[in-house]
Design a protein around this ligand. Structure first.
Ligand code: CP
Length: 298
Protein backbone atom coordinates (compact mmCIF):
# COMPACT_ATOMS: atom_id res chain seq x y z
CA UNK A 1 0.00 0.00 0.00
CA UNK A 2 1.53 3.31 -1.09
CA UNK A 3 -0.82 5.48 1.02
CA UNK A 4 -3.27 4.87 3.87
CA UNK A 5 -5.75 7.73 3.34
CA UNK A 6 -6.36 9.78 0.19
CA UNK A 7 -7.26 13.29 1.30
CA UNK A 8 -5.31 15.58 -1.01
CA UNK A 9 -3.64 15.04 -4.37
CA UNK A 10 -0.47 16.15 -2.58
CA UNK A 11 -0.61 12.92 -0.55
CA UNK A 12 0.60 11.27 -3.77
CA UNK A 13 3.96 11.47 -5.51
CA UNK A 14 4.33 11.56 -9.28
CA UNK A 15 5.18 7.84 -9.17
CA UNK A 16 2.10 7.06 -7.04
CA UNK A 17 -0.10 8.82 -9.59
CA UNK A 18 1.43 6.93 -12.53
CA UNK A 19 1.10 3.66 -10.60
CA UNK A 20 -2.67 4.28 -10.04
CA UNK A 21 -3.26 5.26 -13.67
CA UNK A 22 -1.52 2.09 -14.91
CA UNK A 23 -3.50 -0.02 -12.48
CA UNK A 24 -6.75 1.63 -13.65
CA UNK A 25 -5.91 0.69 -17.22
CA UNK A 26 -5.64 -2.97 -16.17
CA UNK A 27 -9.12 -2.72 -14.57
CA UNK A 28 -10.86 -1.17 -17.58
CA UNK A 29 -12.35 -4.41 -18.93
CA UNK A 30 -13.67 -5.25 -15.46
CA UNK A 31 -15.14 -1.73 -15.18
CA UNK A 32 -16.95 -2.29 -18.48
CA UNK A 33 -18.30 -5.63 -17.26
CA UNK A 34 -16.31 -7.57 -19.88
CA UNK A 35 -14.27 -9.50 -17.32
CA UNK A 36 -15.01 -10.66 -13.79
CA UNK A 37 -12.65 -10.12 -10.86
CA UNK A 38 -13.52 -10.65 -7.19
CA UNK A 39 -10.38 -9.36 -5.50
CA UNK A 40 -12.35 -7.24 -2.97
CA UNK A 41 -14.72 -10.04 -1.94
CA UNK A 42 -15.46 -9.75 1.80
CA UNK A 43 -14.58 -6.02 1.91
CA UNK A 44 -17.15 -3.32 2.70
CA UNK A 45 -17.10 0.36 1.71
CA UNK A 46 -19.14 3.03 3.52
CA UNK A 47 -20.25 6.05 1.50
CA UNK A 48 -20.75 9.07 3.81
CA UNK A 49 -22.15 11.82 1.63
CA UNK A 50 -23.19 15.06 3.34
CA UNK A 51 -23.57 16.82 -0.05
CA UNK A 52 -25.31 15.71 -3.26
CA UNK A 53 -23.45 13.48 -5.71
CA UNK A 54 -24.27 11.31 -8.71
CA UNK A 55 -20.94 10.35 -10.27
CA UNK A 56 -18.60 10.08 -7.29
CA UNK A 57 -20.94 8.09 -5.06
CA UNK A 58 -22.25 5.80 -7.81
CA UNK A 59 -18.89 5.18 -9.46
CA UNK A 60 -17.35 4.26 -6.09
CA UNK A 61 -20.27 1.88 -5.57
CA UNK A 62 -19.85 0.43 -9.07
CA UNK A 63 -16.09 0.09 -8.61
CA UNK A 64 -16.48 -1.75 -5.31
CA UNK A 65 -19.18 -4.09 -6.64
CA UNK A 66 -17.35 -4.86 -9.90
CA UNK A 67 -14.43 -6.04 -7.73
CA UNK A 68 -16.67 -8.25 -5.58
CA UNK A 69 -16.97 -5.92 -2.57
CA UNK A 70 -20.04 -4.52 -0.85
CA UNK A 71 -21.25 -1.00 -0.08
CA UNK A 72 -23.29 0.66 2.64
CA UNK A 73 -24.55 4.23 2.22
CA UNK A 74 -25.33 7.09 4.56
CA UNK A 75 -26.81 9.90 2.50
CA UNK A 76 -29.72 11.40 4.44
CA UNK A 77 -28.46 13.05 7.62
CA UNK A 78 -32.03 13.19 8.97
CA UNK A 79 -32.11 9.39 8.94
CA UNK A 80 -28.86 8.99 10.90
CA UNK A 81 -27.88 9.79 14.49
CA UNK A 82 -26.29 13.05 13.25
CA UNK A 83 -29.87 14.37 13.49
CA UNK A 84 -29.70 13.61 17.24
CA UNK A 85 -26.51 15.65 17.57
CA UNK A 86 -23.81 13.00 17.05
CA UNK A 87 -20.53 14.58 15.94
CA UNK A 88 -18.67 13.79 12.72
CA UNK A 89 -15.79 12.41 14.81
CA UNK A 90 -18.02 9.91 16.64
CA UNK A 91 -19.88 9.01 13.43
CA UNK A 92 -16.61 8.15 11.67
CA UNK A 93 -15.19 6.40 14.75
CA UNK A 94 -18.22 4.05 14.82
CA UNK A 95 -18.59 3.44 11.08
CA UNK A 96 -14.88 2.63 10.81
CA UNK A 97 -15.57 -0.34 13.10
CA UNK A 98 -18.11 -1.72 10.58
CA UNK A 99 -16.30 -1.33 7.27
CA UNK A 100 -12.91 -1.55 5.54
CA UNK A 101 -12.87 1.85 3.81
CA UNK A 102 -14.80 5.14 4.14
CA UNK A 103 -15.53 7.54 1.29
CA UNK A 104 -16.62 10.95 2.55
CA UNK A 105 -18.02 14.13 0.96
CA UNK A 106 -18.67 17.05 3.25
CA UNK A 107 -19.27 20.80 2.72
CA UNK A 108 -16.48 21.85 5.13
CA UNK A 109 -12.91 22.20 3.88
CA UNK A 110 -10.64 20.01 6.02
CA UNK A 111 -13.46 17.64 7.04
CA UNK A 112 -12.00 14.61 5.23
CA UNK A 113 -8.62 15.10 6.94
CA UNK A 114 -10.47 15.46 10.26
CA UNK A 115 -12.42 12.24 9.54
CA UNK A 116 -9.18 10.37 8.77
CA UNK A 117 -7.86 11.32 12.22
CA UNK A 118 -10.82 9.52 13.83
CA UNK A 119 -10.99 6.47 11.57
CA UNK A 120 -9.55 3.01 12.07
CA UNK A 121 -9.78 2.35 8.31
CA UNK A 122 -8.63 4.26 5.20
CA UNK A 123 -10.59 7.44 4.40
CA UNK A 124 -10.98 8.73 0.85
CA UNK A 125 -11.91 12.38 0.28
CA UNK A 126 -14.78 12.63 -2.22
CA UNK A 127 -14.83 16.44 -1.97
CA UNK A 128 -14.44 18.73 1.06
CA UNK A 129 -16.12 22.07 0.39
CA UNK A 130 -13.99 24.18 -1.95
CA UNK A 131 -10.92 22.21 -0.81
CA UNK A 132 -9.92 19.12 -2.79
CA UNK A 133 -11.38 16.28 -4.85
CA UNK A 134 -8.34 14.03 -5.39
CA UNK A 135 -10.12 11.03 -6.93
CA UNK A 136 -11.64 13.38 -9.54
CA UNK A 137 -8.10 14.59 -10.31
CA UNK A 138 -6.91 11.03 -10.86
CA UNK A 139 -9.78 10.32 -13.25
CA UNK A 140 -9.14 13.65 -14.99
CA UNK A 141 -5.49 12.68 -15.49
CA UNK A 142 -6.58 9.24 -16.68
CA UNK A 143 -8.92 10.86 -19.22
CA UNK A 144 -6.09 13.05 -20.50
CA UNK A 145 -3.76 10.03 -20.70
CA UNK A 146 -6.33 7.97 -22.64
CA UNK A 147 -7.47 10.75 -24.96
CA UNK A 148 -4.22 12.70 -25.52
CA UNK A 149 -1.78 9.78 -25.15
CA UNK A 150 0.24 11.48 -22.37
CA UNK A 151 -0.16 13.66 -19.30
CA UNK A 152 2.87 15.88 -19.68
CA UNK A 153 3.98 18.65 -21.99
CA UNK A 154 0.42 19.64 -22.88
CA UNK A 155 -1.26 23.03 -23.12
CA UNK A 156 -4.25 22.90 -20.80
CA UNK A 157 -6.84 25.64 -20.21
CA UNK A 158 -8.85 25.60 -16.97
CA UNK A 159 -12.02 27.61 -17.48
CA UNK A 160 -14.86 28.84 -15.30
CA UNK A 161 -15.19 29.02 -11.54
CA UNK A 162 -11.55 28.74 -10.54
CA UNK A 163 -12.23 30.29 -7.14
CA UNK A 164 -14.55 27.68 -5.64
CA UNK A 165 -14.04 24.63 -7.88
CA UNK A 166 -12.37 21.89 -5.81
CA UNK A 167 -11.76 19.84 -8.95
CA UNK A 168 -9.59 22.67 -10.28
CA UNK A 169 -7.84 23.13 -6.94
CA UNK A 170 -6.72 19.50 -7.00
CA UNK A 171 -6.08 19.20 -10.73
CA UNK A 172 -3.89 22.28 -11.11
CA UNK A 173 -1.38 20.90 -8.60
CA UNK A 174 -1.18 17.57 -10.43
CA UNK A 175 -0.85 19.20 -13.86
CA UNK A 176 1.99 21.28 -12.51
CA UNK A 177 3.72 18.11 -11.25
CA UNK A 178 3.72 16.84 -14.85
CA UNK A 179 5.13 20.00 -16.45
CA UNK A 180 2.11 21.10 -18.42
CA UNK A 181 1.53 24.65 -19.62
CA UNK A 182 -1.53 25.88 -17.72
CA UNK A 183 -3.86 28.68 -18.87
CA UNK A 184 -6.54 30.18 -16.64
CA UNK A 185 -9.78 31.55 -18.05
CA UNK A 186 -12.33 32.94 -15.61
CA UNK A 187 -14.61 35.92 -15.07
CA UNK A 188 -13.60 38.65 -12.63
CA UNK A 189 -14.67 37.46 -9.20
CA UNK A 190 -14.02 33.77 -9.97
CA UNK A 191 -10.25 33.94 -10.38
CA UNK A 192 -7.95 31.26 -8.95
CA UNK A 193 -7.02 32.21 -5.35
CA UNK A 194 -3.55 33.81 -5.03
CA UNK A 195 -2.24 31.01 -2.79
CA UNK A 196 -2.32 28.60 -5.77
CA UNK A 197 -0.32 30.99 -7.94
CA UNK A 198 2.43 30.95 -5.35
CA UNK A 199 2.76 27.19 -5.87
CA UNK A 200 1.98 26.58 -9.55
CA UNK A 201 2.98 28.22 -12.80
CA UNK A 202 -0.11 29.36 -14.72
CA UNK A 203 -1.06 32.27 -16.95
CA UNK A 204 -4.37 34.18 -17.12
CA UNK A 205 -5.58 34.42 -20.74
CA UNK A 206 -8.67 34.88 -22.94
CA UNK A 207 -10.01 31.73 -24.59
CA UNK A 208 -9.95 33.39 -28.03
CA UNK A 209 -6.21 33.94 -27.77
CA UNK A 210 -5.36 30.29 -27.03
CA UNK A 211 -8.16 28.24 -28.64
CA UNK A 212 -5.98 27.34 -31.66
CA UNK A 213 -3.12 25.94 -29.58
CA UNK A 214 -4.57 24.20 -26.53
CA UNK A 215 -4.80 20.40 -26.19
CA UNK A 216 -7.33 20.34 -23.33
CA UNK A 217 -10.15 22.69 -22.40
CA UNK A 218 -11.35 21.85 -18.87
CA UNK A 219 -14.61 23.67 -18.12
CA UNK A 220 -16.24 23.95 -14.69
CA UNK A 221 -19.69 24.92 -13.44
CA UNK A 222 -20.15 28.00 -11.26
CA UNK A 223 -20.31 26.50 -7.75
CA UNK A 224 -23.51 28.30 -6.73
CA UNK A 225 -23.65 26.48 -3.38
CA UNK A 226 -20.32 28.01 -2.25
CA UNK A 227 -21.32 31.68 -2.73
CA UNK A 228 -21.80 33.67 0.47
CA UNK A 229 -24.97 35.30 -0.96
CA UNK A 230 -27.34 35.05 -3.93
CA UNK A 231 -26.49 38.57 -5.18
CA UNK A 232 -22.79 37.67 -5.63
CA UNK A 233 -23.82 34.57 -7.60
CA UNK A 234 -26.17 36.57 -9.85
CA UNK A 235 -23.29 38.87 -10.88
CA UNK A 236 -21.41 35.97 -12.54
CA UNK A 237 -24.21 33.53 -13.46
CA UNK A 238 -24.24 32.75 -17.19
CA UNK A 239 -21.04 34.76 -17.81
CA UNK A 240 -19.38 32.08 -20.00
CA UNK A 241 -20.60 29.37 -22.36
CA UNK A 242 -18.84 27.02 -24.78
CA UNK A 243 -20.69 26.22 -28.01
CA UNK A 244 -19.73 24.23 -31.11
CA UNK A 245 -18.95 27.58 -32.76
CA UNK A 246 -16.45 28.45 -30.00
CA UNK A 247 -14.50 25.34 -31.03
CA UNK A 248 -14.39 26.00 -34.78
CA UNK A 249 -10.79 27.27 -34.63
CA UNK A 250 -9.63 24.55 -32.22
CA UNK A 251 -7.04 21.88 -33.03
CA UNK A 252 -8.58 18.68 -34.42
CA UNK A 253 -7.53 16.74 -31.36
CA UNK A 254 -8.55 19.28 -28.70
CA UNK A 255 -10.49 17.54 -25.95
CA UNK A 256 -13.20 19.29 -23.90
CA UNK A 257 -13.52 18.01 -20.35
CA UNK A 258 -15.92 18.85 -17.52
CA UNK A 259 -16.19 17.11 -14.12
CA UNK A 260 -19.99 17.41 -14.42
CA UNK A 261 -22.71 18.20 -13.53
CA UNK A 262 -22.96 20.97 -16.13
CA UNK A 263 -25.58 23.68 -15.95
CA UNK A 264 -25.29 26.01 -18.95
CA UNK A 265 -21.53 26.44 -19.44
CA UNK A 266 -21.28 23.84 -22.24
CA UNK A 267 -24.02 23.95 -24.85
CA UNK A 268 -25.47 20.56 -25.77
CA UNK A 269 -24.40 21.21 -29.38
CA UNK A 270 -20.81 20.50 -28.21
CA UNK A 271 -21.85 16.94 -27.24
CA UNK A 272 -21.96 15.91 -30.90
CA UNK A 273 -18.49 17.24 -31.73
CA UNK A 274 -15.33 15.08 -31.73
CA UNK A 275 -14.00 17.29 -28.92
CA UNK A 276 -16.55 16.31 -26.25
CA UNK A 277 -15.01 13.84 -23.78
CA UNK A 278 -16.91 14.63 -20.57
CA UNK A 279 -19.15 11.58 -20.65
CA UNK A 280 -16.16 9.28 -21.27
CA UNK A 281 -14.47 11.14 -18.41
CA UNK A 282 -17.39 10.20 -16.12
CA UNK A 283 -16.97 6.52 -17.10
CA UNK A 284 -13.21 6.61 -16.39
CA UNK A 285 -14.16 7.29 -12.76
CA UNK A 286 -14.96 3.58 -12.41
CA UNK A 287 -11.57 2.02 -13.33
CA UNK A 288 -9.71 4.79 -11.52
CA UNK A 289 -11.72 4.30 -8.32
CA UNK A 290 -11.24 0.53 -8.65
CA UNK A 291 -7.48 1.16 -8.70
CA UNK A 292 -7.69 3.46 -5.65
CA UNK A 293 -9.78 0.94 -3.68
CA UNK A 294 -7.45 -1.90 -4.63
CA UNK A 295 -4.53 0.21 -3.49
CA UNK A 296 -5.93 1.00 -0.03
CA UNK A 297 -7.59 -2.38 0.61
CA UNK A 298 -5.12 -4.99 -0.64
N1 CP B 1 -17.71 15.25 -10.63
C1 CP B 1 -18.43 15.04 -9.48
O1 CP B 1 -17.90 15.12 -8.37
O2 CP B 1 -19.73 14.72 -9.71
P1 CP B 1 -20.81 14.42 -8.57
O3 CP B 1 -20.99 15.72 -7.78
O4 CP B 1 -22.06 14.00 -9.27
O5 CP B 1 -20.25 13.36 -7.66
Amino acid sequence: MRFRHLISIEDLSRDDILHILRKAERFEDVARGLKKLKVLEGKILANLFFEPSTRTRMSFETAMKRLGGEVINMTAQEASSIAKGETLADTVRVISKYVDVIVIRHPLEGSARFASEHSEVPVINAGDGAGQHPTQTLLDLYTIMKECGRIEGLKIALMGDLKYSRTVHSLIKALNMFNNEIYLISPEGLRLPEEFLEEVKAEEVNLNDVIEEIDVLYVTRIQKERFPDEEEYRKVAGSYRITAKTLERAKDNLIVMHPLPRVDEIDVDVDKTKHAKYFDQAFYGVPVRMAILHEVLI
